[in-house]
Design a protein. Structure first.
Length: 296
């Protein structure tokens, strides 16, 4: 998101800056000739804070109150909501450091939270894997449905997330940005694979889509939503950063950088809103089915 200051002021694709020990200029001052995207990015971050925090808390509340009708993926959705709430707390600190302070200690804190956000595709991949097993391998899924392996997997993801965030916080690991790029590409490929596999199985379930089993429909919609999130929010950094050499240094660090990570970070609001809309549609469907039963 921010500018990486090195001896030549070259921007890295490592997502956030190292400590600025070469000068007193803030990121905003460095981009004062082209501030539009930086202002847009900061606006998105505050929308994230005011929209994402309550939306994610609503997701947590729904998961807590709907334990009797919960999905096996809810444990991953719960942890994803917690991660997004933590990330949505940083915009005030981020605004202060980008526009006014440029404090090296604050960059350590910000990069740690940025690292946590970078790892969120791992939880999305867990959700997609759970839906893939439910549809493509239902017998195996049923055998492991009530076991604790999901909690163990969530714990492992948190260990990886915290280790990645700590490494990003250090900020001086050579070629560390390749870990981020590889993680996003791998998550994207995995989502595409799961989506295609689930679509194929659903198409085999009957000659028409209306004959698909409701549980399978729900699984397909969830994976489709996750795929849309990956494409819209997480793929831009991977798609744009390999072409860094085709842009001037100022254009890349003040425009391309913030466009890519602004879209990625906005997933902290989009993900819970899509989940809440899905739950509302499911509630309306259940109400309609209950009404039809009473009429009959």
């Amino acid at each position: 998101m921010e500018v990486l200051y090195m001896n030549s002021s070259v921007l890295s694709v490592s997502h956030r800056p190292l400590n600025d020990t070469s000068g007193l200029k803030t990121v905003y001052e460095d981009c004062k000739d082209m501030p539009a995207v930086l202002i847009w990015y900061l606006g998105l971050q505050f929308i994230n804070m005011f929209l994402g925090i309550p939306a994610n808390f609503m997701v947590l509340w729904l998961i807590h109150t709907n334990k009797g009708d919960s999905s096996t993926s809810d444990i991953f959705i719960l942890h994803l909501a917690i991660l997004d709430i933590l990330f949505c707390l940083i915009p005030p600190l981020e605004l202060a450091n980008i526009v006014f302070l440029n404090n090296s200690s604050i960059w350590y804190v910000l990069r740690f939270f940025y690292g946590m956000k970078d790892s969120s595709p791992l939880l999305l991949s867990c959700i997609c894997l759970d839906r893939y097993m439910a549809v493509v391998h239902p017998i195996t899924f049923t055998k492991f449905k009530d076991r604790q392996h999901r909690a163990v997997l969530a714990f492992v993801v948190w260990l990886i997330t915290l280790a990645y965030a700590a490494a990003k916080c250090v900020g001086n690991i050579v070629n560390f940005e390749k870990v981020f790029t590889g993680m996003i590409l791998a998550a994207f490929a995995f989502m595409v694979f799961c989506n295609i596999a689930i679509l194929w199985v659903l198409r085999q379930s009957g000659p028409g889509r209306d004959e698909m089993h409701p549980v399978k429909k729900r699984a397909f919609k969830m994976v489709l939503i996750i795929l849309a999130i990956i494409v819209f929010n997480y793929f831009p950094p991977v798609a744009l950063f390999p072409f860094q050499d085709y842009f001037s240094s100022n254009v890349f660090k003040c425009y391309i950088h913030y466009v890519a990570f602004g879209l990625m970070d906005f997933s902290s609001s989009i993900q819970p809103m899509l989940y809440l809309s899905k739950e509302k549609m499911a509630c309306n469907l259940n109400c309609c089915q209950s009404g039809a039963t009473r009429i009959q």
